[in-house]
Each structure stands twice: as structure tokens, then as C-alpha cells.
Design a protein around this ligand. Structure first.
Ligand code: C5P
Length: 412
């Protein structure tokens, strides 16, 4: 057995096959999983029968293939709840648009969707469909919902499709699906934040002046992106609320893009009930234009010394998170240019944060658009300095410190 599939050895994998042309690869996928040491039971949807036979899947898996919630003989041998408990990991490959919609809606309308609801095992989906279907907002919305619910999405790949189109929608090749499953099996249930949901805000916000102009700041979102990634690697389910211009992130992170502070506020509160640990890294604009214009503001024809732009205050997102008392631990970031530590200590106390991470953005080596940073973590019990180093290294140390410092609160 190759080393890179070691984590699947002895694992019970429930493979759900739904009805798309990529189902013809399902027998190969079963073979690869079995070669990796997994014990595989296959469940087919009604439509999958149009593309692959039970006989084939039964032969390669060595187990009876299930396809009906109401099959009395099969239920007598192993009821669907027992089957759901049997699974260490559920893999749906191919996952068609219809199956994805059923799962996103929490339906229990066939055996496979019922099993996904009835199991507490992690679920991975390998979407496969026509590129136009995959690009449809409804499919994208459903996938975002599933990511937020903790599903792992593997692929799809881009390339030639059975229907003659070319684009994003091909099922990821069986070998790569096995590798992705193997990597996530190593991760699941391990790490200091296993079982916790971490929400991170990152990047700047943009506050519209008119349709072409806005107020913003220099934040790149890199530090928050690194915190989200470090949280994922520490075993947390991660929700990332990202302002404009933030780089892409790992596919397992449930990401929501926003533009303004108000949108960031709304998204944060939408997902706050699921959040255990909130880390606000975003450089949220404190003020926005009081009257954003619907049409481009014209230059004045007569020269004027000054043009006034009235501003009103944006909601303080992190203060509202503290006030909501839904997350168990709330951590802020502060970018300061002077009296760094003193300002941050006051800010932590004023916003009633569990901890604050402060950096001096007047230092040219670190901060906004740099890959490096240097921060101090201020919490009730003390202060910890992290010297100049890559933002990714800072993020890893911060996550491990926070997990340790706040373990009693997070695990309460
Ligand atoms: O802008 P300030 O330095 O006060 O930001 C400190 C913390 O407050 C950061 O974690 C930032 O994400 C958060 N913040 C916020 N909403 C605002 C302003 C700041 O959540 N309107």
C-alpha cells in the first residue's frame, strides 16, 4: 500500500454514487479505496443505475450495494441508521447537482440523503456536472451552504466533458479523490481546535462614495488568511468573511466575500450562532459616507477651496460580537502607529475582548502589504511577543497559543 494512503487503512467508507455520467468511474474509485486499505460499502441513487450497475459495484467492493430506503431484506440485515453509524467517512462521488441540492436542503428523500443526515461522520463530495450547471448560482449557493455545514468539497476539475463542453465540472480523478480523503482523514478529529468552529474576518472594507469611488485602507487580508488556514490545520471548521481583494483560500474553508462594513457585519451575525472562536483581523472602515450617491459626483465647475464629505459611523463588528455572547472566545487585532501597546490594552478593555493582537504598522518591515509581521498578544493573564517573521508563522503560533490559553472556555 502506498504511504500516501495510510490513513484510510481499515476505515469504513460509505461511497454514495449519484446519477451522472462520471458514475462510470465509480468502480475504479472503489478499487482505489480498497487498495488503500478501506472497507467500502456502496449506496446508489435511483438515477445512478442509468450509468453503472450494482453487479459491478458489488463485485469491486465485495459488499451488497444498497439503493433503497424501503428494501426490507437489506434493512433487516443492516438498517440505514446502523449503516450511517458504520461509516467513518461518507464520500459522494459523483455528486450531481440534484444530490448537492438535496443535501444542502437537509432532505431525507432517498437512502443516500437520509444516511448523510443520520451520520456524524465527515462527508466529502466530488461534484460532477456540465460546466454551465456547475457555474449556476443555485449550485454555487448550495455548495457554499454545504461547506458551511462542514462538508468537504473535492474538485471539480476543468477540461473536456462528456457532453462536448469544456470547463469546470469534470469529476476529480479517482486517485486524487482518494488522496484528498486520505489527507482529510488525517486531519479530522485531530489538532487543538478539533470540533470547534472558527470565524475569521479579514481584509479591508470599501465604503462607497458614489458608483466609482470609495473609502478604503491598505489591508491585504494576508494575516487573516493565514489565521484562517492555521485554524483549519489545527482541526477547526473555518468560516472566513473576506473583504475585497483578498487572495484565494483552501477549498475546505467556507468563505464569504463582502465589500462594505455593513455587509461584513451582516455575514458575521448570520454565522455567529455556529461560531465558537471569533477572530476579527479585518481592517474595518470606522466611517462611511453619509449619503453614497447613485450617480458619479461631477467635479465642480467653479474652483472651491474645500469639498465636504460627511461621514457616519459604521457598526463596530467585534464589539457587537462580544455583546451577542454567542462565540465563546472573541479575539481582536489592532493596527497602531503610535503608543502601540498602551492603545491596544485600552482597546481590549473597551471592547471587552478576550485577547487582542497588536502590530505597529508604522514599522516599514511589517504590516499591511508585507509578507512579514511582528505582533504582541495581549490577554487578561499577560502579554506574549512574536518577533518579525512570516505572517503564516505568526498565525500558526497565535492559533496554538489561543487554543491553549482558552481551552477551558472553548471546551466548556
Ligand atoms: O479599528 P480598530 O483598531 O479599533 O480595530 C480593532 C479591532 O476591531 C479589529 O479586530 C477589527 O477587526 C475590529 N473592528 C470591527 N469593526 C469596526 C472596527 C474595528 O470589528 N467597525
Amino acid at each position: 500500500m502506498p504511504n500516501n494512503t495510510l490513513n484510510l487503512s481499515g476505515k469504513h467508507i460509505l461511497l454514495g454514487v449519484s446519477g451522472g455520467i462520471a458514475a462510470y468511474k465509480a468502480p475504479i474509485l472503489v478499487r482505489r479505496l480498497v487498495e488503500a486499505g478501506a472497507i467500502v460499502q456502496v449506496v446508489m441513487t435511483a438515477n445512478a443505475h442509468h450509468f453503472v450497475t450494482t453487479t459491478t459495484l458489488q463485485a469491486v467492493s465485495g459488499h451488497v450495494v444498497r439503493d433503497d430506503l424501503w428494501d426490507q431484506a437489506a434493512e433487516a440485515a443492516m438498517g440505514h441508521i446502523e449503516l450511517a453509524r458504520w461509516a467513518d467517512h461518507i464520500l459522494v462521488a459523483p455528486a450531481t447537482a440534484g444530490t448537492i441540492a438535496r443535501l444542502a436542503n437537509g432532505e431525507a428523500s432517498d437512502l443516500l440523503s437520509t444516511l448523510c443526515l443520520a451520520s456524524n461522520a465527515p462527508v466529502s463530495l466530488a461534484p460532477a456536472m456540465n460546466q454551465q450547471m456547475f457555474a449556476h448560482p443555485a449550485v454555487q449557493r448550495n455548495l457554499t451552504t454545504l461547506k458551511t455545514d462542514g462538508y468537504q468539497i473535492v474538485g471539480p476539475d476543468s477540461g473536456d466533458q462528456a457532453c462536448g463542453d469544456t470547463g469546470l465540472g469534470r469529476m476529480t480523478e479517482p486517485e486524487e479523490i482518494v488522496q484528498a480523503l486520505n489527507a482529510s482523514s488525517a486531519k479530522i478529529g485531530t489538532g487543538p481546535l478539533a470540533g470547534q468552529t472558527l470565524m475569521v474576518t479579514t481584509g479591508p472594507t470599501r465604503e462607497a462614495i458614489d458608483p466609482v469611488r470609495y473609502i478604503s485602507n491598505h489591508s491585504s487580508g494576508l494575516q487573516g488568511l493565514a489565521v484562517a488556514e492555521a485554524g483549519r490545520q489545527a482541526g477547526a471548521r473555518v468560516i472566513l468573511i473576506a473583504g475585497p481583494g483578498v487572495d484565494p483560500c483552501h477549498g475546505d474553508i467556507a468563505r464569504f466575500n463582502v465589500t462594505s462594513a455593513q455587509e461584513m457585519y451582516d455575514r458575521v451575525h448570520e454565522h455567529l450562532p455556529e461560531t465558537d472562536l471569533f477572530i476579527g483581523v479585518a481592517a474595518v472602515a470606522d466611517y462611511r459616507p453619509a449619503n453614497a450617491q447613485q450617480q458619479k459626483i461631477k467635479r465642480h465647475t467653479q474652483a472651491e477651496d474645500q469639498v465636504q464629505l460627511p461621514l457616519i459611523e459604521n457598526p463596530d463588528i467585534i464589539a457587537s460580537v462580544v455583546q451577542a455572547q454567542q462565540a465563546k472566545v472573541v479575539v481582536g487585532f489592532a493596527a497602531e502607529t503610535n503608543d502601540t501597546l498602551q492603545n491596544a490594552r485600552e482597546k481590549r478593555a473597551r471592547k471587552k475582548l478576550d485577547a487582542i493582537v497588536v502590530n505597529d504598522v508604522s514599522d516599514q518591515r511589517i504590516g499591511f502589504n508585507s509578507l512579514d509581521n511582528a505582533v504582541t498578544l495581549i490577554h487578561t493573564g499577560g502579554e506574549i511577543d512574536f518577533g518579525v517573521q512570516p505572517k503564516t508563522a505568526i498565525a500558526e503560533q497565535l492559533i496554538s497559543q489561543l487554543a491553549e490559553l482558552f481551552a477551558p472556555k472553548l471546551q466548556a
